[in-house]
Design a protein around this ligand. Structure first.
Ligand code: PBG
Length: 343
């Protein structure tokens, strides 16, 4: 009824141009827009990242991510139950490691009783129907904040891969359905696949951060897992240069050849072109990661009244689908699933 196009404009003397196509006809009413809609966001498209912290019945706000909290394991179990009941297929776990437990080699990553392993076991037991994804990288555990082992100032590749393989095996033993190497070392997908297979875990999926860029948009995440304060230097010798796209295809192709089951492009919105090319080139399950900085930008602008929160949130997720994403890792997963459920 309040559709501005519903009422015919008054006829004027202007000659009607002879237009065979008037694209606006299909947009004239909500029913028609729904009918011709090409892309849809559903709860099934979403993966929800959760931050973990020690404690019981404990939640901590994250400064740069309003509405996102670090959760003790029992609270994370509760949120996993909620996600499952909303139809969200999977969650991804990220630990805030006690600074006392961080060292140069990230030893805590190899502790089968570490926070992530305990959370994986607890959630697997309580919510067996939800997919569990774990991040394979050393940054939550190292005193220098890098994803791998250092030799001087250099992040060394092959020794790091050995450690990542052990971390991936531990996660699989603890209940991870998907391991997601986010470190960007060369050859780690193949090494992890081989080790999982040798351990009889041919069922565990590898979700490879195939095209992961050295991005400024990870700032709030590093705050959430406590690496901002400690990170020495930057990650540009292993994460990709934001100027490149051909290189993303090289990375994705290698990860698939090494055994990756799904590919991640990260960050999300500033890299829709990369997402599109990766999906076009390989036609494999491709996931966009709407990272912490993207979330923070929407939240900050909305808090200032500069953009409409819910519309910006939904539009950003629709854009990922349009650009070829099969799924999106987003801090909005539960919020969106709830909104979709309400209709
Ligand atoms: C680290 C990791 C990062 C993110 C996911 N895994 C940060 C980084 O590479 O420094 C970022 C996610 C986000 O910003 O939301 N292995």
């Amino acid at each position: 009824p309040n559709d501005p196009n519903a009422e015919a404009a008054p006829r004027t003397r202007t000659a009607t141009p002879d237009l065979a196509q008037r694209p606006r006809r299909n947009r004239k009413a909500e029913w028609s827009r729904r009918l011709v809609r090409e892309n849809h966001v559903t709860a099934s498209d979403l993966i929800w990242p959760l931050f973990l912290i020690e404690g019981e019945r404990h939640r901590e706000p994250i400064g740069a991510m309003p509405g996102v909290e670090r959760l003790s394991v029992d609270e994370a179990v509760g949120e996993a139950e909620r996600a499952a009941s909303l139809g969200v297929p999977a969650i991804a776990l990220f630990p805030y490691t006690d600074p006392m437990l961080r060292d140069a080699r990230g030893s805590e990553a190899q502790n089968p009783e570490n926070l992530v392993c305990r959370a994986l076991r607890a959630i697997k037991r309580a919510v067996p129907e939800i997919g569990l994804m774990s991040d394979v990288a050393l940054d939550p555990y190292t005193s220098h904040g890098h994803d791998g082992l250092l030799d001087g100032a250099e992040v060394i590749n092959d020794a790091t891969v050995d450690v990542l393989v052990r971390q991936a095996l531990l996660h699989a033993q603890a209940g991870a359905d998907m391991v997601a190497p986010s470190d960007m070392m060369d050859g780690r997908v193949g090494a992890i696949r081989k080790a999982l297979d040798a351990a009889g875990r041919t069922d565990v999926q590898i979700v490879a951060y195939a095209a992961k860029y050295a991005s400024a948009f990870y700032g709030p995440f590093r705050d959430a897992i406590g690496t901002n304060a400690v990170l020495v230097g930057d990650k540009r010798t292993y994460q990709m240069d934001p100027s490149n796209t051909d290189e993303a295809l090289l990375e994705a192709g290698l990860d698939l050849a090494e055994g990756a089951d799904m590919l991640i492009v990260k960050p999300g919105m500033p890299y829709l072109d990369v997402l599109w090319r990766v999906k076009e080139a390989f036609q494999r399950p491709t996931i966009a990661y709407q990272v912490s900085g993207e979330y923070a930008m929407i939240e900050a602008a909305a808090q200032n009244g500069w953009i409409d929160h819910d519309r910006a949130m939904m539009e950003s997720l629709t854009a990922f689908k349009r650009a070829g994403a099969d799924a999106v890792i987003t801090y909005y997963a539960a919020t969106v699933a709830e909104k979709l459920k309400k209709g």
